[in-house]
Design a protein. Structure first.
Length: 215
C-alpha cells in the first residue's frame, strides 16, 4: 500500500490526507484502513477523533496520545470547535435551473444501519437527527456546479444526503445519485465521489494554538 501523505506531525497529533476509497477504520481483517496504515508507518499509537466516508478524499487529524484524543474529540462535538470545509461537484438534475442550494441547509436525517444509508425524515421523527450545513456556489456550467460546504453537524452521509434530496447529487455517488447523474458520470468517466475535505481547523490540544490546513 502507498504511504499516506502527512502534512504535519508532532508528539500529540498528525494531520494527513486520506485517499479516496480507503476506510478510516474497518472490522474486516482483509481490508486495509487508514488507522492501521498510520500505526504501521509511524510505529506509534493512533487515535481516531473524527471520520470521513470511505469514498471521500481529504484532510484528517489523528491524535497520538489519549489526552490529545479526548481534547480533539471534544472540539468535534462543540459548535465552532473543529472547523471542516468540503468541495463538491454536483449534478444539476434539472439542468435548465440555475437555482443552486445556498446558505444554511437544515434537515432531519434517519440512518438505516442495515443498508448503511441515511434519508431525510420529518422533523421530530423517531431516531432522526438534526443535520445542518452551509453551502455556497463557486462555479457552475449547464449540467454541474462546484460548491463549498461547511459542516455545522457531523451526521452519517450528511452532505451527500442533503444535496441529493434537493436534486443535486454529488457526481460519482453510486448510493445517492439518480439515473441522470449516474449516466453523466459514466459518460465523463467519473469513477470516484467528487467530494473532498479541503480545509480543517482546530485548536492544538497542548499549545492552545489555532491550526489550519488546506488541500
Amino acid at each position: 500500500m502507498q504511504n499516506i501523505e502527512i502534512l504535519y506531525e508532532d508528539k500529540e497529533l498528525l494531520v494527513c490526507v486520506k485517499p479516496a476509497g480507503l476506510a478510516v477504520q474497518t472490522k474486516k481483517l482483509t481490508e486495509p484502513d487508514l488507522e492501521s496504515e498510520l500505526k504501521r508507518q509511524r510505529q506509534s499509537d493512533i487515535y481516531v477523533v473524527h471520520r470521513l466516508d470511505q469514498p471521500v478524499k481529504g484532510l484528517m487529524v489523528f491524535a497520538k496520545t489519549k489526552a490529545a484524543a479526548a481534547a480533539l474529540s471534544s472540539q468535534v462535538q462543540q459548535e465552532g470547535g473543529m472547523h471542516k470545509e468540503y468541495i463538491a461537484r454536483v449534478f444539476k438534475t434539472d439542468a435548465a435551473s440555475d437555482t443552486l442550494p445556498s446558505g444554511t441547509l437544515t434537515d432531519w436525517l434517519l440512518k438505516d444501519g442495515k443498508t448503511n444509508s441515511s434519508r431525510v425524515a420529518a422533523e421530530g421523527a423517531k431516531d432522526a437527527k438534526r443535520a445542518e450545513l452551509f453551502c455556497e456556489e463557486l462555479e457552475q456550467d449547464k449540467e454541474t456546479a462546484l460548491l463549498r460546504i461547511r459542516l455545522a453537524t457531523g451526521r452519517h452521509h450528511q452532505i451527500r444526503v442533503q444535496l441529493s434530496s434537493r436534486g443535486f447529487p454529488i457526481l460519482g455517488d453510486t448510493k445517492y445519485g439518480n439515473k441522470n447523474s449516474r449516466a453523466y458520470a459514466r459518460e465523463h468517466q467519473i469513477h470516484q465521489l467528487c467530494l473532498t475535505a479541503c480545509r480543517i481547523a482546530f485548536t492544538h490540544p497542548k499549545s492552545g494554538k489555532r491550526m489550519e490546513f488546506t488541500l
